[in-house]
Ligand binder design. Structure first.
Ligand SMILES: [Fe+2]
Length: 375
């Protein structure tokens, strides 16, 4: 796949035709805006048509939908905001302030795994917040049943700078070099494995820096290899759109849409979004395998030698977990680039340096411990 700015430009220079999206309240800057109250009132016979329309919006359409009033009871949002603020203050006090994959540290606060932290700290708030039909509607429309919800809070404070434009998980979290090793059809697959969403916990006028989007950019197949290029960044800077949101609105987008948080140039708006990452039920193997146990058992054999390099690599790939996610991002931070170390990388490292089995076992234990959400 070759990246050419002209090809990307040809794909994104489309206009959203409201006639194709009869359930939408309006089109604003090429983005489809839905009235959540109206969506809630949709008759059961029309639900399937609405779900199909949302899928069209996220594929053939601009790739972004906003639901105004997704959380009609703002007291529910405020209660969860208080919990998030308390977690942020606590984590800052313990020096565990979290970094961000796509923006310089500083004026941002992050809460990783906010889903679990909210559930444990305030189960009542969790239930009233996530008993949300709009999240369920869009998630099941895009991913089908059995989806898995995770949430990461992002607060961008006054002075907080914009993120670099990027695509999201899965392929969006890999370096260009890693992403290029996946075949083209996997580049087409990655966006249907997740859905990205964001719930506005504060009003977000433009000056506070709501998310910048390049509508239709998910339709550009080589896009996972494009977004680090200077010409693409310059194009994004000129052509992105930005929509103001109100507290309780929720936006959802195809994870392959080029996007990034905006700069907060307001004087006093602590812009808080609860970012939702919803995963397909299918992003998992059929069987549970204790791979640390497998690696520990076979490492002495691998270490003995006698295999060609490619044979050794094949054996490591069969034994060890080759992907670093899911993990605990509070503890298992990326070392270099956006991804933490995978178990397979640890094994390769141990083999290259000739570690004793006991040393690898200790490292695997520490690796597993960093990835658990409880100690
Ligand atoms: Fe993102």
């Amino acid at each position: 796949m070759e990246v050419r700015l002209d090809d990307l430009a040809a794909v994104v220079e489309q206009t959203t035709d409201p006639a194709g999206f009869p359930h939408a309240a309006r089109v604003e800057r090429n983005v489809l805006v839905y009235d959540a109250a109206q969506a809630r009132a949709t008759s059961s016979s029309d639900r399937a048509a609405l779900a199909a329309e949302l899928v069209r919006a996220l594929t053939d359409g601009p790739g972004i939908v906003v639901f105004e009033g997704a959380f009609p009871d703002l007291a529910v949002v405020d209660r969860v905001t208080e919990v998030f603020d308390a977690i942020i203050a606590e984590e800052a006090a313990t020096g565990a302030a979290a970094g961000d994959h796509f923006a310089p540290p500083g004026a941002n606060s992050r809460v990783w795994n906010a889903l679990e932290k909210l559930a444990v700290r305030d189960p009542e708030a969790f239930v009233s917040y996530y008993a949300n039909d709009v999240i369920a509607l869009v998630s099941s429309a895009w991913l089908g049943p059995g989806y898995q919800l995770t949430s990461q809070v992002n607060v961008v404070r006054p002075g907080g700078r914009a993120q670099e434009p990027h695509r999201d998980y899965h392929l969006g979290f890999l370096s260009d070099e890693q992403a290029a090793r996946y075949p083209d059809h996997v580049h087409a697959l990655s966006p249907v494995l997740t859905l990205q969403g964001a719930v506005a916990h504060t009003d977000m006028p433009l000056e506070s820096g709501p998310t910048l989007y390049l509508p239709f950019s998910h339709q550009y197949l080589p896009g996972y290899l494009a977004w680090r290029r200077d010409d693409v960044k310059a194009y994004f800077a000129q052509h992105h759109v930005q929509l103001p949101l109100h507290k309780g609105d929720a936006g959802f987008f195809n994870p392959a849409v080029l996007h990034g948080a905006g700069s907060n140039v307001s004087r006093d708006i602590q812009r808080m979004a609860n970012l939702l990452q919803v995963s397909s039920a299918f992003g998992r193997a059929m069987e549970q395998v204790d791979r640390a146990r497998v690696v520990s058992a076979v490492y002495p054999v691998l270490r003995r030698g006698g295999l060609r390099g490619d044979e050794l690599e094949a054996a490591v790939a069969a034994a060890a977990e080759g992907y670093p996610f899911p993990t605990n991002l509070d503890l298992d931070q990326p070392v270099d680039g956006p991804t933490p170390l995978s178990q397979a990388e640890l094994v390769r490292h141990a083999l290259a340096e000739g570690w004793e089995p006991a040393a690898l076992d200790a490292t695997l234990d520490a690796h597993a411990a960093r990835r658990r959400t409880t100690s």
